[in-house]
Design a protein around this ligand. Structure first.
Ligand SMILES: Cc1ncc(COP(=O)(O)O)c(C=O)c1O
Length: 363
């Protein structure tokens, strides 16, 4: 060191104190940890599409020649294709590097330091994570025992500093959805209501049609789950039209990279194929749910998404997670007080379900 400036001391205090987000590890890290060869693992921890992306995406990415060029900062073609897919106007759509990117820019748009964001745990960890980075204050209003929203408690928690509420529907990790009437009650509050429909293709029950009718509703979607391109980072938000120019202004100009751009367009041109894989996962969700119900020490919760949350009773949920990991089966365990007695298993292929159930029987 040629000098001794204490740069660590310059890090924003709130960011020093905040808890890090716990992401899922890549398959090769997991297989190394379990000492099970990569081809012989079952990755059921990230709610990904086990069938992969559309073959048209693979082909188009290999054929594409313009990776040396910057992608369109106005996302023209992508927004047009998304408008056709969603039935919404293209000037109400903003695309991002995953819906995570949208969560981040929405909070940067609306949150001044000290403003409040309502989070209803257990839910997706990106909402409190991005709130804290934006300098906002997270107000926790826990869900009820059946994981539905605590509406009276939410209303009570709202005050003059509250700006945004996030509701994942279907919710991760519980797999249940909020009703239209619940969302309408939230829309009547003086807040931005962000309904995160990351798993809507598995539930078939969207509230996106409400967006043109409410000044404060944003619906988020992603290509990570149903379209099998989590690794390319592609998501979007359908927003009130007067908010879109601000989101477009503050997003990173080239937030949709060229590969994601190509993959979004090709996925939307191959809906028949992708819907087949979605149907396979929806059918497999029932097989997995019924399989899990055979264990008297597991209580799976009904899910309309592509994962199932289970309460583990009479033994440690973490031990179950570690026991499966040793066999090369990777599921999700959350180190939080609300979820310490639960595991979440993503819906995989039929062979993955057979493997999980057999491994659970051995425990
Ligand atoms: C509810 C919810 N929203 C958003 C995301 C993130 O999606 P993306 O990959 O598009 O950033 C996830 C991923 O797990 C999720 O569960």
């Amino acid at each position: 060191m040629l000098n001794s400036i204490d740069v660590e001391n310059m890090v924003r205090g709130a960011l020093k104190r905040m808890t890090a987000y716990t992401p899922v590890d890549p398959a090769e890290v997991l297989s190394g940890r379990a000492q099970v060869p990569a081809g012989q693992t079952a990755k059921l921890d990230g709610n990904e599409n086990p069938y992969g992306c559309s073959p048209r995406v693979q082909k188009a990415l290999a054929k594409f020649r313009d990776y040396n060029r910057y992608p369109d900062p106005d996302q023209r073609e992508v927004r047009k294709a998304l408008a056709k897919y969603t039935g919404m106007k293209s000037d109400s759509i903003v695309a991002g590097a995953g819906s995570d990117d949208l969560i981040d820019i929405i909070l940067r748009l609306f949150i001044e330091p000290g403003d409040k964001v309502i989070n209803c745990p257990p839910t997706f960890g990106m909402y409190p994570f991005c709130t804290e980075i934006a300098g906002g204050e997270v107000v926790k209003v826990p869900r009820k025992a059946d994981f539905s929203l605590g509406l009276p408690a939410i209303k009570k928690a709202v005050d003059a500093e509250t700006r945004v509420i996030f509701v994942a529907s279907p919710n991760n990790p519980s797999g249940n959805q909020a009703s239209e009437s619940e969302i309408k009650e939230l829309l009547a509050l003086d807040l931005i209501v962000v309904v995160d429909e990351a798993y809507v293709e598995f539930s078939g029950n969207s509230l996106i049609q409400l967006v043109p009718h409410y000044a404060n509703l944003i619906v988020l979607r992603t290509f990570s789950k149903w379209a099998g391109i989590a690794g390319l980072r592609a998501g979007y938000g359908v927003c009130p039209i007067n908010i879109v120019p601000y989101l477009m202004k503050i997003k990173q100009p080239y937030n949709i990279n060229m590969a994601a751009y190509v993959a979004i367009l090709e996925s939307l041109a191959d809906l028949g194929y992708l819907q087949k894989t979605v149907r396979a996962m929806v059918e497999e969700r029932d097989v997995l749910y019924n399989g899990l119900r055979e264990f008297n020490w597991l209580k799976p919760f009904p899910s309309v998404a592509n994962f199932i949350l289970c309460a583990v009773q009479g033994r440690g949920a973490r031990d179950v997670y570690l026991g499966l990991q040793k066999k090369g089966i990777f599921i999700r365990y959350f180190e939080t007080s609300e979820l310490k007695d639960y595991i979440r298993i993503s819906v995989g292929r039929p062979q993955d379900t057979i493997r999980v159930i057999a491994a659970l029987r051995d425990m």
